[in-house]
Design a protein around this ligand. Structure first.
Ligand SMILES: [Zn+2]
Length: 277
């Protein structure tokens, strides 16, 4: 599943291709993935003629801010297998497989939401409407712009396993299973510890590790596994630089101990029993 780094890359690469373009058509063959107070027909009509003014991101959600009445936004969550691609009208038929949503844009461009497994979501509406969707309304501060004060308070107040804590999108938005395992390895913290039991040094290490891992992954273009590619169909290379995720049974890069895999917070978790205390 694309996590914060992959969604950040998606946003950065989409921006120069779609900003200031006008929406001229809308198509979807998967209405169940559309969350809006409008019917499909009305949604399509309401979108037409609006310009894409700005892009923003919170956690794993990308927002397209549109012009016109009510300043509505489109929000995309790529979930398991979704990806956003920019296509030219001319190469559209070649790449048409698994396209769930298609926004025809001025200048003969198409913004396509490709999603083989159909778990992805598109929301549409004004801020007032979007606030009615609990996932969006509860979304915590973005993990990349997290303040130390907020983070320390949340650690003290939640009293849950640290792995579960990192994955909770309402506490901090954007961390998924890859980033969580990498962050805990980087901070030398055992994923089974309770969030409120961390020492002040561990809290500080964890805070720094979140920023470090996210920035490193973004710099390497994110992790391209199975389905996920950039909007221009490039691939990331963070998967070649993982220290913990996907490395069960291999040697820890720090101490040489064989990394262990366990189910923690309901997710496969890889960690070093020797150096993650
Ligand atoms: Zn180790």
């Amino acid at each position: 599943m694309p996590e914060l780094p992959e969604v950040e890359i998606t946003m950065r690469k989409l921006a120069p291709k779609i900003l200031r373009r006008k929406i001229i058509s809308f198509y979807s063959d998967w209405p169940r993935g559309l969350h809006s107070h409008y019917s499909l027909d009305k949604l399509s009509k309401d979108l037409r003629g609006r310009k894409i003014l700005r892009l923003s991101r919170i956690g794993k959600v990308i927002f397209l801010h549109l012009s016109g009445q009510n300043s509505p936004r489109i929000a995309f969550h790529q979930r398991m297998s979704g990806r956003l691609l920019i296509l030219d009208d001319s190469d559209f038929t070649v790449n048409a497989k698994h396209i769930r949503i298609k926004l025809g844009l001025s200048g003969s461009k198409i913004l396509a939401f490709v999603d083989p497994r159909k778990f992805g979501i598109m929301w549409y509406g004004s801020s007032e409407h979007l606030d009615k969707y609990s996932y969006l309304q509860k979304l915590g501060p973005d993990a990349l712009s997290l303040s130390k004060k907020y983070f320390y308070n949340a650690l003290n107040n939640k009293r849950i396993g640290i792995k579960a804590f990192l994955l909770r999108q309402d506490i901090l938005a954007g961390v998924g299973n890859i980033v969580a395992d990498e962050v805990l390895w980087e901070a030398k913290i055992n994923p089974q510890l309770k969030s409120n039991s961390l020492s002040i040094n561990q809290k500080n290490s964890l805070f720094l590790a979140i920023k470090k891992v996210l920035k490193r992954s973004i710099a390497l273009g994110g992790s391209s596994m199975r389905d996920w590619v950039h909007p221009d169909q490039d691939r990331g290379s963070y998967q070649d630089n993982w220290r913990a995720y996907g490395r069960a049974g291999k040697k820890c890069f720090r101490c040489g101990t064989i990394l262990k895999r366990a189910i923690i917070a309901g997710r496969g978790t890889v960690f070093c029993v020797h150096c993650q205390k």
